[in-house]
Design a protein around this ligand. Structure first.
Ligand code: AMP
Length: 453
């Protein structure tokens, strides 16, 4: 039975870049100049995300913007493209300042400016704490076009670095303003606002509209246009999403390869059917992995048992269908593997939302076989970006195939035995671990000596 049919539950979206919902409108349609459209194209940005669709035309008209959008919505592009376009029109050093709450975000933003602006020779500098101030002073002396900074360190330089000022600044971006203010950077932000020109454009982006943000908006923005994207989709800022494109018959070997490569992490592996969940769990256990299934054909007790073992870290791999995972309190996992690609794209969002929660980082890897290309394209369309391929050594995968084939044979045998046992006692229990125990006894404990590979 297809997982999506089991209990007919709707997916609860948890992470996505929101694409524009109206008909396809290109960056060019929004007024973005050709050279920047090409840069978007090179980044694989085929069409604007929703926040870009709303913010870019307004920004290009020279208006201030208050953007309600989170990391993951494409908001960096929403402010970077209009800034770069204005820079192209009136080239100037120390043109724009982006304030952001954390170092990580500062580097991410800088990467996007560099990527979008590389063909037009844009120079940007990151000014954040924890890095030697002297090298930063030297970088500032070269007068970059764009500065991406955390407020504290920038104030340091404004106060102490000789010859550095922002008196000619044309654009100020306050990114993740709610977080900036929650981190008690209010004084620093006030100091910065006092030393930059009043005659400038300001973009304020925030995930939430708190009282402090409203106050900042009143102090820093002039007659802004509000651009909001639905907050229905939560963002996952530290989720690294990958795919692997592989022949369907080698899926098991690739799975084993990845589990070895990322050993030490906790995994959640999604399969499309109860049967495949059970089979894959048996297969992995035969290879010495601590894997446990969770699916709709298990009793509630068995499901909770599986979940508790996984939570207690007694098992590092949880194999699940979409439905079994919903409505249960799944703990944080490091890596989500879409072993079977979801048939409904929104399930993808739900699945990968199992990792990178609450500011932690996480990975997701989606298996794409020759039969899944269209489904995968739909997922990329939904999340609004092209995913990178997960790096793999094919020869190493191929070296695993023999052992995997042996484990597949055992798994099939065990699955058959379980089916027969269930039919004879009309039992819905999950027998994965018992079955393995029996087989190990039959095999004289051979498995124990096996290395989990
Ligand atoms: P951000 O919300 O700005 O941190 O962006 C989140 C991710 O979406 C980044 O990896 C961007 O490269 C990507 N992105 C931004 N705009 C687009 C777009 N129009 N199409 C596809 N991906 C995009």
């Amino acid at each position: 039975m297809a997982a999506g049919d089991e209990e007919g539950q709707a997916a609860e979206p948890e992470a996505a870049v929101e694409l524009a919902v109206e008909g396809p409108r290109s960056f060019k349609d929004l007024g973005v100049t050709d050279v920047l459209c090409e840069a978007c194209d090179q980044l694989g940005w085929k069409m604007p995300t929703k926040i870009q669709l709303e913010a870019i035309p307004v920004a290009l008209q020279g208006r201030d913007i208050i953007g309600l959008a989170e990391t993951g919505s494409g908001k960096t592009g929403a402010f970077a493209l209009p800034i770069l376009q204005a820079l192209l029109e009136t080239p100037q050093r120390l043109f724009a300042l982006v304030l952001t709450p954390t170092r990580e975000l500062a580097f991410q933003i800088s990467e996007q400016f560099e990527a979008l602006g590389s063909s037009i020779g844009v120079h940007s500098t990151v000014i954040v704490g924890g890095i030697d101030t002297m090298s930063q002073s030297l970088a500032l002396a070269k007068k970059p076009h764009i500065i991406i900074a955390t407020p504290g360190r920038l104030v340091d330089h404004l106060e102490n670095t000789k010859g550095f000022n922002l008196r000619a600044l044309k654009f100020l971006v306050m990114d993740e303003a709610d977080r900036i203010l929650n981190m008690d950077f209010e004084t620093e932000v006030d100091k910065i606002l006092k030393v930059i020109p009043r005659d400038r454009k300001t973009f304020l982006f925030s995930a939430t509209m708190t009282k402090k943000v409203q106050k900042l908006q009143r102090a820093a923005l002039k007659n802004p246009v509000k651009c909001a994207v639905s907050s229905k989709y939560q963002t996952v800022e530290k989720l690294q999403q990958y795919y692997i494109f592989i022949p369907s018959k080698f899926k098991d070997s690739y799975l084993v390869y990845i589990l070895n490569e990322l050993a030490g992490n906790s995994f959640m592996i999604f399969c499309s059917t109860c049967n495949n969940t059970q089979r894959t769990a048996l297969l992995l256990r035969n290879l010495g992995f601590t894997a446990i299934p969770l699916h709709g054909q298990m009793s509630q007790n068995k499901r909770l048992g599986s979940l508790n073992k996984f939570k207690a870290k007694a098992r590092s791999i949880l194999l699940a269908t979409d439905v079994a995972s919903r409505g249960l309190d799944i703990p944080h996992v490091d890596v989500v593997i879409n072993f079977d690609i979801p048939t409904h794209s929104k399930d993808y969002i739900h699945r990968v939302g199992r990792t990178a929660r609450a500011g932690r980082s996480g990975k997701s890897i989606t298996f794409v076989t020759q039969y899944d290309v269209e489904l995968f394209q739909r997922i990329e369309h939904l999340i609004g970006k092209k995913l990178p391929a997960f790096p793999m050594q094919e020869e190493e995968v191929m070296m695993l195939t023999e052992r995997v084939a042996e484990a597949q044979r055992f798994a099939r045998m065990e699955l058959r035995e379980q089916g027969e046992k269930k039919r004879s006692r009309n039992d819905d229990d999950d027998d994965t671990e018992e079955a393995i125990g029996v087989r190990n006894k039959v095999a004289g404990g051979k498995k124990k000596k096996r290395k989990a590979f």
